[in-house]
Ligand binder design. Structure first.
Ligand code: PA5
Length: 444
């Protein structure tokens, strides 16, 4: 089971400070379980893992098998919660050089609809020109501009390249049961589709088809991912003393109230980069409102010790650091001995690379603690589907609890609308005539 170590959050926050929060954490858990918290119509994620049946996993796998058989490349179109979970898990489980070493046994998974970069979309569509490709179109609202724009391009190209009949087989929609343009299009075209449950918000949806289908298409074990989440769902319902998710939430809250307004999530495995991106969305969008919330930042170490390391060590002391540590590597690589020892590294001969990485991790932790950066450590045994499932649910549950402690609605994102309104006004979207006039006047 995932292990949490908060001892090095001291002296800013001690074990006693965390224990003192036990009644408030229990209240927060009760509000989540009883559905009495703000945003309570979005609590479907809470018992989602335990509600996933073997039959449902088989249905996802069957659709994945069609895409795997019919496609060399599958483009996942989606943004925010309709993108980051799948991207994070696929990156974490893939060979780091997947795009160079792919022997054709798995389709290449590509992502679109998460930006409006013309060059990105041009280069993607150019790459796909010689590929048998399919598309998974993911949007809960079914109306998100970035995703809809990419999907329109990809749908047209897929139909032109592969013919309408094949396109119908290799385009899958994951969207609302009834509403939105993605649903209308899927029903009209007769695409295979999956429903994003009404009561699961985007950033909590990685264990719905939103994450499960792309992950299965990439060839990874979604049953194990779900099993890990199910085990964590049980642990995360326990009282504070036996519950790492509740302890993490309490530690974050205690640190925040002591002026630690920025959390830096650090990893020592490049494959975890997108887990941090997923985590930033989960926490940023859930708690950054009402002028409250910890700012979620991230670094990849040891890489960023040579860029952000100076700031972390000696910059403004408003930060704390949470390290995700992977206990065992999947491969073993020993440092060789060298007769000439020109680089002076023979003291490492015979050691595993991971041993050096672990000493870098420990040395960095101690240095940062000495520099006044409280440290939280989350350890998972291995970087596999099961342990990622644990990690995902651990972060979700802790986020839910922490938002109750903060007193914010974890499940809305009113602030995201502001840019959309301006963009539509600037683009002259029908229905935005008044806003277009106002924004033009503002621009002079
Ligand atoms: O967490 C959220 O709700 C958001 O980040 C959404 O996932 C994101 O805005 C994409 O929305 P949609 O799936 O409706 O296209």
């Amino acid at each position: 089971m995932l292990k949490l170590d908060i001892r090095k959050a001291a002296p800013v926050v001690s074990a006693a400070d965390i224990e003192a929060l036990a009644p408030r954490v229990a209240e927060a858990q009760k509000a989540l379980e009883a559905g009495t918290c703000p945003g309570n119509d979005f609590l479907g994620w809470l018992h989602l893992p335990s509600s996933i049946s073997a039959e449902f996993i088989e249905e996802i796998k069957a659709t994945a098998a069609v895409l795997r058989a019919e496609c060399d490349a599958v483009v996942v179109a989606g943004i925010g919660g309709s993108y980051l979970g799948a991207k994070a898990v696929i990156e974490a489980l893939s060979n780091s050089f997947q795009w160079l070493t792919n022997d054709g046994s798995n389709p290449t998974i590509l992502f679109a609809g998460n930006n409006i970069g013309e060059d990105y979309l041009y280069e993607l569509t150019a790459y796909l020109r010689t590929k048998r490709f399919g598309v998974i179109n993911i949007s809960k609202s079914g109306t998100t501009t970035e995703t809809a724009l990419a999907f329109r391009l990809l749908k047209k190209q897929c139909e032109e390249q592969r013919g309408k009949d094949v396109a119908r087989k290799v385009i899958v929609a994951i969207t609302d049961a009834k509403r939105g343009a993605a649903r209308t299009c899927a029903d009209k075209e007769g695409y295979k589709s999956f429903v994003i449950p009404d009561n699961v918000g985007g950033r909590f949806s990685v264990l719905t088809p939103v994450g499960l289908l792309p992950i299965a298409v990439a060839g990874f074990d979604i049953a194990q991912l779900v099993a890990g989440a199910q085990d964590m769902e049980q642990t995360a319902a326990k009282p504070l003393a036996e519950n790492p998710a509740a302890q993490y939430a309490a530690a974050r809250y205690a640190l925040y109230t002591q002026g630690k307004k920025i959390e830096i999530l650090a990893n020592y495995q490049p494959k975890l980069h997108f887990i941090a991106e997923w985590w930033k969305q989960l926490y940023g969008e859930s708690e950054g409102k009402d002028n409250k919330g910890i700012y979620p930042a991230s670094v990849d170490l040891t890489t960023d010790l040579h860029s952000m390391g100076q700031w972390i060590q000696e910059g403004e002391r408003t930060i704390f650091e949470t390290v995700i540590s992977v206990e065992k590597s999947e491969h073993s690589l020993l440092f060789p001995s060298d007769d000439e020892n020109l680089d002076g590294l023979n003291f490492l001969a015979g050691k595993r690379v991971d041993e050096v990485n672990k000493m870098a991790e420990l040395g960095t932790q101690l240095a940062h603690v000495d520099g006044g950066v409280p440290n939280i450590r989350i350890a998972i045994e291995r970087l596999d589907a099961y342990h990622l499932g644990q990690l995902i649910y651990f972060f979700e549950r802790a986020c839910g609890i922490h938002c109750q402690l903060l007193g914010v609605n974890a499940f809305n994102q009113p602030g995201v609308e502001a840019y959309k309104k301006n963009m539509f006004a600037l683009l002259g979207k029908p229905g935005y005539e008044k806003e277009t006039e106002a924004i033009k006047a503002r621009l002079g």
